[in-house]
Each structure stands twice: as C-alpha cells, then as structure tokens.
Design a protein around this ligand. Sequence first.
Ligand code: FPP
Length: 248
Amino acid sequence: MGRKGGRVAAKDTNFMGPTHVAVIMDGNGRWAQMRGRPRLFGHQAGVRRVREIVEACPDLGIRYLTVFAFSTENWRRTQAEVSGLMNLFRRYIQKEAQALLEAGVRVRFIGDRDRLEPKLVDMMHALEELTAGNELLNLTVAINYGGRDEVARATQRLAREVAAGRLDPEDVDAETLASFLDTCLLPDPDLVIRTSGEARISNFLLWQSAYAEYEFSPVLWPDFTADHFAEIVSNFGARERRYGAVKA
Ligand code: FPP
C-alpha cells in the first residue's frame, strides 16, 4: 500500500488536506466509445482507477473516500449495461476483499439495497463485516444511491420513530435527520471531485455536501490517475473554508 514519489504528502508542514473526499467517477462510457469498444469496457478500466485512488489515499492523509458507483437513475441504462455493472461489482468484491482487508481499508456501502440482487447484497454485507475492524481508510461505495432517495428513506425511518412515540417532533433538528441517513457514521465530505468535464452533482451526497468544495476535472475517469487526484487534493489545502462565517 502507498504510492511512491507522490507530489503531495500529508506530512508536509501546514498542509490542511481534506479528511473526506467523495468522487463522481464520470466518463467511462465516452472513454470506451472513443476506442470503439462497448461501454462496459470503460467501466472495467474504471475499476482499475478505483484501486489506484484507494491506494493513494493514506499517503495523502485522507481517512474517508466515497465513490459513486451506481445511481438510482442508472437503472434507465440498457439491461446489458446494468447487468454488466452488477457483475462488475460482484467481481470487485470477490477479487479485492482480501487485499482491502490486508491494506487496512474498512468498506461500507450506501444506497437502497432493496432493489439489488440478494447475492450482491450478501456479498456487500460480508465485505462490510470482514473489514469492520480496519481503520486506515474508510471506503464507502454508493450503489443504487440517490441523495433525494436517501433523505426520503431517512425521513420514513424518522417518521416511524415519531409514530411509535420514541421521538418527539419538537426534538427533530438537522442533526437528528443526519443520524437517519445512510452516511450517519461518516463525516461530511470536505471535497467532492467529478471527472469528465461535467459540472453537475447528479443527486450525490446532497445533504452532506452543504459545505464541501467542488472540483471538476476534464479528465475521463479511466484516465484519472493518482497524480491527477493528488494535484486536486493539494489545491484543496490552499483554500480557505469559512462555513458561512467571516474571516477571523
Ligand atoms: C459514470 O460514467 C460511471 C458509472 C455509472 C459507473 C461507475 C463505475 C465504476 C467506475 C466501476 C465500478 C466501481 C467500483 C467501486 C467497483 P458514464 O458511464 O456515465 O460515462 P459517460 O458519461 O461517458 O457515458
């Protein structure tokens, strides 16, 4: 684990790097089409970049990495692409589980599992259990995830608590609602990166990104290397975040 020769190191003096980086991995389809290959070829290349970025995080001082692998809207793609992606997720879990365990990575999944195949859900659960004792890096993979869907599901759970008399509506504040979200165990992202030149958030971590910095890279995800990632992370260190307050 660990990338040699990186340009950025968390140990650099005065480096205030992000604790939690979230990534919208966009551009796989275009990357494949530019090569005259099926879209799934791009997603396969994308998996290799996930591995590379995961490995780069600890040296950059990043404790939480969240990646958007499949949105609640992605079901609208062709049956072939959807089932190809589901196979890819299963293969990723099967192939990477041992390496992630040994590398100190704790894996979590966010999103609505109800619509996913039971076999995949079982594998996701098993990987979460297997890596639950790890602390070096918290990798969260969003599958069948949508920010609005997550808030709606959280509200449903919260409403059930109110209906059962276990929660007083007067006590509901932002913190209460956040505790019902899929991300309740994660800090909010400091930095959200989207690749492929699109400047949209596409329903990703809507609630959690209230104070996040955004970076849009023109590079397609299958070309997005650990060096591209490290450069964006190092630029983040130079920014001043005020969370709505004025400069001290
Ligand atoms: C968006 O590119 C990408 C996806 C919908 C899938 C992302 C999945 C991976 C990178 C691989 C699997 C990840 C893990 C964690 C195992 P797009 O297809 O919308 O590209 P386009 O905009 O060029 O069409």
